[in-house]
Structures are given as structure tokens and as C-alpha cells.
Design a protein around this ligand. Structure first.
Ligand SMILES: Nc1nc2c(c(=O)[nH]1)N[C@H]1C(S)=C(S)[C@@H](COP(=O)(O)OP(=O)(O)OC[C@H]3O[C@@H](n4cnc5c(=O)[nH]c(N)nc54)[C@H](O)[C@@H]3O)O[C@H]1N2
Ligand SMILES: Nc1nc2c(c(=O)[nH]1)N[C@H]1C(S)=C(S)[C@@H](COP(=O)(O)OP(=O)(O)OC[C@H]3O[C@@H](n4cnc5c(=O)[nH]c(N)nc54)[C@H](O)[C@@H]3O)O[C@H]1N2
Ligand SMILES: [Mo]
Length: 796
């Protein structure tokens, strides 16, 4: 048992070491409101975390109709009772006095409260008139990775078959579009090959651009417990910052931002040169090895050392660990997905596992990680614009099959091209072809790149914006209709984590005021729009979470993400269960690809892949001739320099990211006192050498400027690479004093004031981690030199 008293100071709690191959011990983490004890809790209600993708299972403590705390679920395979700081404290946000409790509509420029009928009528009236005048392409949906499966599936049917638009995406585009794309490129389909249990068995673990210690705290606890136990794994960390992960690593490679492909090509070069390739595996299960071998032939550690600014000997040392591993687990996250050549780099990690035959066995795991709690469901249900059930829009049989599930004509489902990705949807709104944008569970006015542009797009008179949220966020403030949503703890649904574990999260308390579950709102819209199938019956025949889940099961049947063996009832009580879960695999599936590659066959695959440089879709005939038997595709990529490099005016590389205490735009974590106090305001990190070269010191107020905009932040010197600046992206404007608004009120505090409108050509994921900036002094830290120094850039 671990009480949560010091879990701000020590986010990971006490160690429970275990040896390789042994089960991870249970440790139950609990946090209850002051005055509440386990004895006077009235009810415990099963749930799972909605504040990251780890899928930590917990019970919600209820007293007098309110949430009074949480306790980790000891029986669950994912966390064995543990919880991270965000989950221990974050639930307090549910009861915030500033929750939205009634719908709002814009009248004469101002948002005013109204009843649900008025708000929904306004939305349906606008939808109808746009459909009449401009057609379905004038309507877009921008959703999230934070709803439940049942909600995404309903949204996907509404958009694909009800409205008939191809403009549907999630903020998963900013998050794990590259994970999905990398899996499609290599294995023909989305679907995580590995399992968290691979941590228990691995002898070598490599983290590529993944600050697991801060972003998947419970997974990191598992790794820490292995590191402290018998026969610990060796750890490789690739991150330009000296993170907590780097601190524990045997080899830490700190490359220049945007050079992952060069580094990975050198690692692959070394694996091949030292003959650490599993030839039997490669021959039996892959195509494309020769092309890769030729591509990396000249990519020596010395070559990469120059590009990445990492000593060649360290690259050799890392290659030696990866090449010598007998059970290798790799994870990949935003340091790759949001960096230059995102998909190309992520695919090289897949190649590493193929070359070494490290798949489908305990300890041989590949985790192209997710970030958001239900990002996996956004993808599998088709709320990211892909066709539900990992169906292939280029395969007419898949479209016909989906049309049969929905009882509509295939032509009704847009499949003339790939779905419109989020960055294009905002472009279309900017240009005027999209006239209505329905935003659910995401805050683009803080989380998208180049915020001055995003604000201008959302504020346009001609664009009708619906924002469905818990709070009056920066985005909701710009909307025409604001719908108050219920969230975690106030509604029931399922969600699937990064290792395919499906959890049930149940309603514990009533939502505040008139707030409604997202599912109810979508079903209400569908009913008002009177969407019909081809026989005149209702297009959407379900009415609650359980019936929505059952509808999804029918859609998933026979596809890689087969849910037919699951139900809300089965998920109640015990542990989460990994998909596919079917009659043949009633207890779920720990690892994919235990017996060769299963979803890459041309008739089955979700995607025929894309060109690694241009992103152009591969044609079906081409894929059939390249990969007739459906093996894993080894795709080589050439390193290309980043588009925006440093210059005299912008001499530092700019990267952005996270802290352990906050979730994204802080709508929940800033409303939890312990978390907010731990990280109340934005800061900028540079190395001590960089600081002294510029005459800067810890605590100085500095300005980080790029061609897009500027941010003011307190300086922190940390062990980050020289020549680089890091900004956390959590801080927006809803809680700034006197409603400070950039650029009119001067520089902002949201990192995305500075980031660039640019994306990976393959996955279309924005580049939040490769840009150029300068850092200048605004004023000295109080009590520093005692002199307040102002620079030319300081307008005030
Ligand atoms: N506490 C907390 N946890 C979270 C979240 C949160 O907001 N707060 N969000 C959740 C979500 S949605 C996500 S997507 C995940 C994200 O989880 P992570 O990907 O772990 O988080 P980030 O901080 O975005 O980026 C990870 C690391 O990438 C490094 N990096 C930057 N540029 C490069 C590069 O060019 N190459 C390499 N190799 N590394 C680079 C950064 O230094 C940083 O340490 O976290 C999830 N968990
Ligand atoms: N510079 C920079 N920018 C980034 C990143 C970065 O590393 N650097 N990371 C990117 C990544 S990986 C991500 S995932 C995004 C996250 O970006 P966002 O999705 O914009 O961030 P959140 O604050 O999580 O926004 C979720 C919103 O949904 C609301 N919400 C929560 N639960 C519910 C619910 O049940 N129903 C409804 N309707 N609403 C709900 C919350 O109040 C909140 O306003 O940011 C991206 N932007
Ligand atoms: Mo994310």
C-alpha cells in the first residue's frame, strides 16, 4: 500500500523490485479527500484513467453524490493498483465551480446561456442549410483522443454515412497519427504488436523520444521496479534532454532535434555490419531487406555523429546493446512522432525489430505508443477519418463490407481519397470551403501550431464553430455554440490503451447542471437530423453505451481489432482485456504476430502504404506485386535535413513537450490544487553553457521568439543539449490575470504561439518538435543582479 501524501515530490512512489520473468508485484495507490477514509466511502465505482494512454485502472470513491477520491485496481494487468500523480489528484476538476452547466449560443457577438433545444436547433438548422447550399464538404468534425469508444463510433457513422463528409479527424493527428501510420507502413494495419508484460521479460529496453518517467508514470514504475530487481534490463534512451529516463539509461543518445532518421539508419547500419540480423526471420516474414541494406550501407556511426552531434562511439555502444539483445522492447513517442521525418523514423524502429526477429515473443515487444487515453479508439472506430475497423478506403470490398454493416449504398461513404487531416481541415476553414466545424473534446486554440492563425480561423464570421467541452476553454470562447459535456466519472463507456487493453469506465456521479454525455449529444443530433439507412430505417439504431458497444462489435467482427468476445459485462469486475478478443481467443491476445504477420495481406490490409518522402499513397496493384503474401514491409528512408534550420536570427533549436504534473492545456490539472501548485506557470529550458554564453541566469524572464510569435517565460537551466530551447506547451490563457491575450497584449505564454505550420508528409502530424528560435532577456530575476534590464523586444 502506498499513500499518496508525497506523490508530488516523488511521482513514482516506493519501489517493489522484481526479477526478470516474475510477475510485477501489486501496490495499491489511494488518494482520498481530507476527512474521508476507505471505511466511510459509500461506493467504489470501476473506471480507468482519462489523463494518458497507459490505461491505469481505478475505482472512484463516492460519498454524498460526489467524487471524493480514487484507488488503483490491484487486479488489473496494466497497473496492479498503481496510479500516477495526475490520476491521484486530477479528479478534483470534475467538481470545479466553473464547469459548463448549460449550453451557450452566440447572440449579437456574445455567448449567452440557453436551453438544449435552442442550441441543438441552431446546430441542425445550420447543418441543413449548409447541406442544401454547399453540400457535405462544407462540414467538418474535429474530435479527440479523450472520448469513449461508443462515442467515436457514433460520431464516425454520423460523419461518414449521415452527413457524408470526408472532413473528420481527431487531435490524434497531433498525437499518434505517426504511430498508426508507422504500423500501417510496416504491418499493413494499425494494431500494437507488443504488450506491457514485455517489460517483465525484456533484457534490453530502448526508449525513442519517449519521456516515459513523466508521461506514462505507471509504466515507468514497472520499469524502475525491473531496474531495481534481479537481472535488470539494459536501458537505451534517445532524447536531446537529460530526462529522468536518461538518468537511468546505460546509453543516452542526445541528438540534435529532427535527426532521428540519421541516427536510426546508423544503428541499422551497425546491426547489419556486425551481422546481428536474424536471417531466418527476415526471409520468412519480410520483404524489402535488400533495399534497406543498400540504403544504410554508407550510414556509418561517424556519418551520423556529424549530423546528430552525438559521439560515434556512443552510437556504436547503443547498436551493440540493441544488436546483442535477446529480448528487446522498444517504445516510440513524440520525440519521434512530432519531429522531422516522423513516420520515416518510426518505421526504422519497426525495421530494427524485424531485422532482429524481435516480435511476438515475451520480452520482444514493439510499442508505437499512444498518448491520449482513447486515441486507439479514435483510430479503430474511424473518428480520425479512416474507415472503421481498420478498413482500407482504397479497397472496394472493404467499403462494400462497411456499407453492408451500416445498410447504406457504398457510394454514400466518401472514399474518393484519404480522409482530410486536421491541418487541412483548418486550411479549408481558412479558405472558406469548410463553413461548419464541430469540435469535441479538444482545445485547438492552445494545442495547434501557430496560434495567431488558428484564432483568426476560429473567429471568422462565416465559420460556424460548435465546441463541446467541460469548460469555457480558449476554443469555446471563440465558438458560436458551446455544448456542456459530461466526462469521466459522469458517464459510462470503454477505452483502449496503448497495449490494446480495453477497460470499462463507469458513471459514478451525476454530471453538473444540464451537462450531458457526448454520446447522448451525438445521438440527439442524429435523431434531429433523421439520418436513414437505405431501407428507410434509422441509420443509428442504438441508444446507450451498451447498445453502441454492441453495434461496434458487429463492425469490428473479422477485422484485426475484433471486439466480438468482449462486452461491458465481461469488462466489469476484473482486469482489462486486450483485443483481439473472440470466440477463439476468449481471454484476449497478449501479442500480435506470434505466428508471422497476419494483417498485411493485400485483401486484408488497412493501407497499401505511402511514399516515405512525398506521402503519396501506394496503388493497390503496386502493393500486390511488392507484397503478394502479406509479409511485413521493410521500408528504407533517406535522411533529409529539417525544413526550418537554425540561422543567425534564430540560433537555437526549439522543442516543446510536457511535465509530469500537467495534462495538455490544463483544463483538468490546473483545477487540481496540488498539481497546479507543482507547476503553476510556463518556463523555458536551456543548458547552463548556453545561458552563460548569453549572459542569462536561472529565474530571468526571457522571451522565446520565432517567425510566428513569441512567448515570455522564466528561464530554467537544465541538462538539455547546448543550442536548444524547450518550452512546455501546457499553458494557455483561460487563467491568465486580466485575460491577457496575445498578440495584442504582447507576447503570450502558449508554446504554440511560436510553432510552425508544417507536418510530416506521411502521417500529416504537425512538427511540434523541430523549429528555430532565439532567446532574449526581458528582465532579471528579482533579487538577481538587482537591475531590471529591458531589451528592445520588450514592448512594455
Ligand atoms: N504528465 C503528462 N503525461 C502525459 C501527457 C501530458 O500532457 N502530461 N500527455 C499524454 C499524451 S497525449 C502524449 S502524446 C504523451 C507524450 O509523451 P512523450 O512523448 O513522452 O512526451 P513529450 O514531452 O511530448 O516528448 C518526449 C520527449 O521527446 C524529446 N524530443 C524532442 N525532440 C526530439 C527529437 O528530435 N528526437 C528525439 N529522439 N527526442 C526528441 C523531448 O526532449 C521529450 O523529452 O504523454 C501522455 N502522457
Ligand atoms: N507545442 C506542442 N503542441 C502540442 C503538443 C506538443 O507536444 N507540443 N502535443 C500535441 C498532442 S500529443 C496532443 S494529444 C494535443 C492535446 O491537445 P488538446 O486535445 O487540445 O488538449 P486538452 O487540454 O487535452 O483538450 C481536451 C479538451 O477536452 C475537454 N474534455 C475532457 N474530457 C472531455 C469529455 O469527456 N468530453 C468532452 N466533450 N470534452 C472533454 C477538456 O476540458 C479540454 O478542453 O496537443 C498537441 N499539441
Ligand atoms: Mo498526445
Amino acid at each position: 500500500m502506498d499513500t499518496s501524501s508525497d506523490r508530488i515530490a516523488n511521482p513514482w512512489g516506493t519501489r517493489t523490485p522484481y526479477a526478470r520473468g516474475a510477475p510485477w508485484p501489486v501496490r495499491t495507490d489511494t488518494h482520498l479527500r481530507e476527512g474521508v477514509t476507505e471505511q466511510n466511502v459509500e461506493r467504489w465505482v470501476q473506471a480507468a484513467s482519462l489523463l494518458h494512454s497507459n490505461g491505469d485502472a481505478m475505482d472512484i470513491a463516492v460519498r454524498e453524490g460526489g467524487i471524493v477520491g480514487v484507488r488503483g485496481r490491484a487486479a488489473d494487468r496494466v497497473n496492479r493498483g498503481r496510479l500516477g500523480p495526475k490520476d491521484l489528484y486530477g479528479w478534483q476538476a470534475n467538481a470545479s465551480p466553473d464547469r459548463l452547466t448549460r449550453p451557450l449560443i452566440r447572440d449579437n457577438g456574445r455567448l449567452v446561456e440557453c436551453d438544449w433545444d435552442t442550441a441543438m436547433d441552431r446546430i441542425t438548422a445550420r447543418t441543413r442549410s449548409l447541406l442544401d447550399e454547399r453540400g457535405p464538404g462544407s462540414i467538418g468534425f474535429y474530435t479527440t483522443g479523450q472520448l469513449f469508444l461508443e462515442e467515436y463510433y457514433t460520431l464516425a457513422v454520423v460523419a461518414h454515412a449521415g452527413i457524408g463528409t470526408n472532413h473528420l479527424d481527431g487531435n490524434t493527428r497531433l498525437c499518434t497519427a505517426t504511430a498508426a501510420e508507422a504500423l500501417k507502413e510496416t504491418f499493413g494495419s494499425d494494431g500494437q504488436p507488443g504488450s506491457y508484460e514485455d517489460i517483465d521479460h525484456a533484457d534490453t529496453i530502448a526508449l525513442f523520444g519517449h519521456n516515459m518517467a513523466e508521461t506514462q508514470t505507471v509504466l515507468w514504475m514497472r520499469l524502475l521496479d525491473r531496474l531495481d530487481g534481479a537481472d535488470p534490463p539494459r536501458l537505451v534512451c534517445v532524447d536531446p534532454r537529460y530526462t529522468e529516463v536518461a538518468r537511468r539509461a546505460d546509453v543516452h543518445l542526445a541528438p540534435r532535434a529532427g535527426t532521428n532518421v540519421a541516427l536510426l539508419n546508423a544503428l541499422l547500419h551497425e546491426i547489419i555490419r556486425t551481422d546481428r540480423v536474424d536471417r531466418t526471420y527476415v526471409e520468412a516474414h519480410t520483404v524489402g531487406f535488400e533495399e534497406l541494406a543498400a540504403r544504410v550501407e554508407d550510414c556509418t556511426p561517424t556519418w551520423a555523429a556529424d549530423i546528430c552531434d552525438v559521439p560515434a562511439a556512443q552510437i556504436e555502444r547503443a547498436a551493440d546493446l540493441l544488436g546483442g539483445a535477446r529480448r528487446l522492447l522498444s517504445t516510440v513517442l513524440q520525440g519521434v512522432y512530432q519531429s522531422h521525418q516522423a513516420t520515416a523514423a518510426a518505421v526504422q524502429v519497426n525495421n530494427l525489430h524485424l531485422l532482429r526477429g524481435m516480435l511476438g515473443r515475451p520480452g520482444c515487444g514493439l510499442l508505437q505508443m499512444n498518448g491520449q487515453p482513447s486515441a486507439q479508439n479514435t483510430r479503430e472506430c474511424g473518428a480520425d477519418g479512416d474507415l472503421p475497423g481498420f478498413r482500407n478506403w482504397q479497397n472496394d470490398r472493404h467499403v462494400a463490407d462497411l456499407a453492408a454493416v451500416w445498410n447504406v449504398e457504398p457510394e454514400r461513404i466518401p472514399h474518393y481519397g484519404p480522409p482530410t487531416h486536421a491541418m487541412h481541415m483548418f486550411r479549408f476553414a481558412e479558405q472558406g470551403s469548410i463553413r461548419m466545424l464541430w469540435i469535441t473534446g479538444t482545445n485547438p486554440a492552445v494545442s495547434l501550431p501557430e496560434l495567431s492563425r488558428i484564432r483568426a480561423i476560429l473567429a471568422q464570421e462565416r465559420l460556424f464553430v460548435v465546441a463541446q467541452d467541460l469548460f469555457l476553454t480558449e476554443t469555446a470562447q471563440l465558438a458560436d455554440v458551446v455544448l456542456p459535456a459530461a466526462t469521466w466519472g459522469e458517464k459510462t463507456g470503454t477505452l483502449t490503451n496503448a497495449d490494446r487493453t480495453v477497460h470499462l469506465s463507469e458513471k459514478a456521479v451525476e454530471p453538473p447542471g444540464e451537462a450531458r454525455p457526448d454520446l447522448d449529444i451525438l445521438l440527439d443530433f442524429a435523431a434531429r437530423m433523421d439520418f436513414r439507412d437505405k431501407d428507410g430505417g434509422p441509420l443509428i439504431g442504438w441508444h446507450d453505451p451498451e447498445s453502441a458497444f454492441a453495434a461496434w462489435q458487429r463492425c469490428s467482427a473479422g477485422r484485426p481489432c475484433d471486439y466480438t468476445g468482449l462486452s461491458h459485462e465481461r469488462l466489469r469486475g476484473g482486469s482489462g482485456i486486450q483485443w483481439p478478443c473472440t470466440d477463439e481467443a476468449p481471454d484476449g491476445t497478449a501479442r500480435l504476430y506470434t505466428d508471422g504477420i497476419s494483417f498485411a495481406h493485400p485483401d486484408v490490409c488497412e493501407s497499401y502504404g505511402r511514399d516515405m518522402v512525398t506521402g503519396a499513397s501506394v496503388e493497390p496493384v503496386e502493393y500486390r506485386s511488392l507484397n503478394p503474401d502479406g509479409r511485413a514491409v521493410i521500408k528504407a528512408a533517406e535522411y533529409l535535413p529539417p525544413h526550418e534550420d537554425t540561422s543567425e536570427a534564430f540560433p537555437l533549436q526549439l522543442i516543446t513537450g510536457r511535465t509530469v504534473y500537467h495534462f495538455h492545456t490544463r483544463t483538468k490539472t490546473a483545477r487540481a490544487p496540488e498539481l497546479n501548485a507543482a507547476a503553476p506557470d510556463v518556463w523555458a529550458e536551456i543548458s547552463p553553457a548556453e545561458a552563460s554564453a548569453q549572459g542569462l541566469a536561472d529565474g530571468d524572464l526571457v522571451q522565446v521568439t520565432t517567425p510566428r510569435g513569441a512567448v515570455r517565460a522564466r528561464l530554467r537551466t537544465t541538462a538539455i543539449r547546448d543550442g536548444m530551447v524547450f518550452l512546455p506547451f501546457h499553458y494557455g490563457y483561460w487563467d491568465t490575470p486580466a485575460g491577457h491575450r496575445p498578440p495584442d497584449d504582447g507576447p503570450g505564454r502558449a508554446a504554440n504561439e511560436t510553432t510552425v505550420t508544417d507536418w510530416d508528409p506521411v502521417s500529416k502530424q504537425p512538427l511540434f518538435k523541430t523549429g528555430a528560435a532565439r532567446v532574449t532577456l526581458v528582465s532579471r530575476r528579482a533579487g538577481g543582479t538587482g537591475i531590471r534590464t529591458e531589451t528592445a523586444e520588450n514592448g512594455s
